[in-house]
Design a protein around this ligand. Structure first.
Ligand code: GDG
Length: 537
């Protein structure tokens, strides 16, 4: 049986002097939904729960506004501890879970799919299919193969888990007197807005996509049913946010190409479909500058300051990434090899330190990629290692340790960010903020960060090994005054536009949209006067 759509009387927002954003959020429940939650729980031996807060940009951005708003966060239960905590909440009839602490910044609701369904959604569709598609990662004569198993994973994994998310979100706002504000995150949840919209026509729904949006031709690698479900699901949103204007345009091209009846206004950045308008916007994400600085100079980070210098040399090139094919780690090392070949005078004097965080090890392509990375490092180190001095050119530091990664960023001479394509790339921003040596940024043209930082970086085409080798040489030989000039400008770029701005711009647009929706609702309720202005004007 389908539940009838929720109906509320929507009060128009009042004209007053406070920012529209504050007015809008008054009395409205703010719901954030993401695959990974802001907190993970561990069930301790004594039966109690401990929790650990995540360190991602979205968590810190939301935390910054959360103290007053108490948003509700909907996330998948990812650990045994999360599942146990969700079960306890259900037994106790706790609608929302408050993480331990006197004033928790948000309350939680977990989505608890079966292990098989979650595996299909995460390890078969979201990461190997959607992430690969959106980063142009396929060797297309060979992959992807959409088989019966893929379709099963789509229906029983991706569609099913998106439905569960929508149900939890609707349940979280079932008693809301005013339409809630729902902010969905990333490629795991493309179907959610469509499912929510079927039940709640008045909710204000916004979806931010953290990764690139490819052009329509590449989307054709997915079958039409999947492609259309994703796009039509996304057109259930009031606002779709992407990292850059070019990804926003690609989203609109894709809607025009594959959604029958969609009408795109490229100048106005919006898509009309099924009687609704979806605004398409770009919001370049950034870092929480204060929190990143705090973490980089924390006691824990300082403990790494003692042994990290063992890896430094007269010159140090640094990279920090998840072990992720889109980050282009192998080509980065090949470029360093070419640089050492072409500039023998640097042999013995420069180290390439690669801080690598293992990622998505349940996906075969990631295991294979890490093998490729290890193989190229072994080959290059064997080629140049100097037995007399003990010098080896590449130092791999593996493992999950965020304070250590930030500690290392203080000391590089060159930061290499050569992603094939990247939504933004926060390492480029953290490095610019923290570096104390007037370090030079080498930045891929494919990183979203290139739009804001490209003028003060040495830009490289990601497949250009020879060009990247030249860029390393140029960076290491750049005069100090020039390095300082660019490093100062890069730091200011990040300081002037941190993650709070990213979040504020989205809330401003949501507020503007809510004002618009309230006017439409008022018109529908016959409240407009004969001149066509409502009390919200
Ligand atoms: C996606 C998009 C977009 C480093 N070591 C550890 C650790 N880090 C931090 C880095 C940085 C973050 O992880 C990685 O962020 P990136 O932006 O570089 O890359 P993705 O993970 O691919 O993020 C990307 C981003 O979303 C935000 O929208 O910029 O384009 O692909 O902050 O310093 N974090 C943890 N442990 C470590 O050991 N937890």
């Amino acid at each position: 049986m389908t539940t009838p759509p929720m109906i509320r009387v929507v009060p128009p927002l009042q004209a007053e002097s406070r920012p529209a954003q504050d007015q809008l959020l008054d009395g409205r429940t703010l719901i954030i939904a993401s695959n990974r939650g802001p907190v993970t729980f561990t069930l301790e031996e004594d039966g109690s729960f401990s929790s650990r807060k995540g360190s991602g940009g979205v968590v810190t951005a939301v935390s910054a506004i959360a103290r007053n708003r108490q948003p509700v966060w909907i996330a998948a239960a990812m650990t045994e501890g999360d599942r146990a905590r969700a079960e306890l909440a259900q037994q106790n009839g706790e609608g929302l879970i408050s993480p331990p602490g006197d004033a928790p910044e948000f309350r939680l609701r977990f989505v608890v799919p079966t292990a098989e369904s979650y595996h299909s959604y995460y390890n078969e569709i979201s990461n190997p299919l959607l992430w690969f598609l959106q980063h142009y990662l396929w060797d297309t004569p060979r992959s992807p193969d959409i088989t019966a198993a893929t379709w099963k994973a789509w229906h029983e994994g991706y569609v099913a888990v998106n439905r569960l998310f929508a149900e939890e979100i609707l349940a979280a706002c079932s008693h809301c007197e005013q339409p809630p504000v729902i902010m969905l995150q990333d490629y795991h949840l493309y179907l959610c807005a469509g499912f929510i919209r079927e039940q709640d026509p008045e909710a204000i729904i916004q979806h931010f996509v953290h990764i690139p949006w490819p052009d329509p031709d590449y989307w054709r690698l997915l079958p039409m049913t999947m492609r259309r479900s994703i796009l039509e699901g996304m057109l259930g949103n009031d606002i779709v946010g992407l990292q850059t204007p070019s990804h926003a345009r690609s989203f609109m091209y894709t809607c025009e190409a594959y959604v029958p009846g969609a009408s795109v206004d490229y100048a106005g950045f919006s898509v009309e479909w099924n009687g609704r308008r979806t605004d398409v916007r770009s919001y370049p994400i950034s870092v929480d500058t204060a929190a990143v600085r705090r973490a980089a100079y924390s006691k824990e980070a300082r403990s790494h300051d003692r042994y990290l210098p063992n890896h430094w040399n007269e010159f140090t090139v640094l990279r920090v990434d998840r072990a992720e094919p889109s980050k282009n780690i192998v080509r980065g090392f090949q470029a360093f090899d070419r640089f050492l070949e072409a500039h023998e005078e640097f042999q013995g004097r420069v180290n390439f330190v690669a801080i690598t965080v293992p990622s998505r090890m349940d996906v075969e392509e990631y295991q294979d990629y890490l093998d490729d990375v290890s193989a190229v490092v072994g080959r290059i180190n064997a080629k140049y290692a100097n037995v007399e001095t003990g010098w080896q050119p590449i130092h791999m530091i593996m493992g999950e340790n965020y304070p250590r990664a930030l500690a290392a960023m203080k000391w590089y001479d060159v930061l290499l960010v050569n992603s094939i394509i990247d939504g933004m790339n926060l390492v480029a921003k953290e490095g610019a903020l923290l570096n104390e040596r007037n370090g030079v940024l080498i930045l891929s043209e494919g990183a979203g960060a290139a739009i804001q930082m490209g003028d003060d970086a040495i830009m490289v085409a990601p497949a250009d090994i020879e060009g990247t080798a030249d860029a390393i040489y140029q960076a290491l030989t750049m005069p100090l005054a020039e390095r300082r000039h660019h490093a100062d400008r890069l730091r200011r770029t990040v300081e002037d536009d941190d993650v709070a701005e990213w979040f504020r711009h989205q809330l401003d647009d949501i507020a503007a949209r809510a004002l618009g929706n309230a006017e439409v609702a008022a018109a529908e309720q016959g409240i407009l006067d004969s001149k066509g202005s409502s009390s919200a004007d």
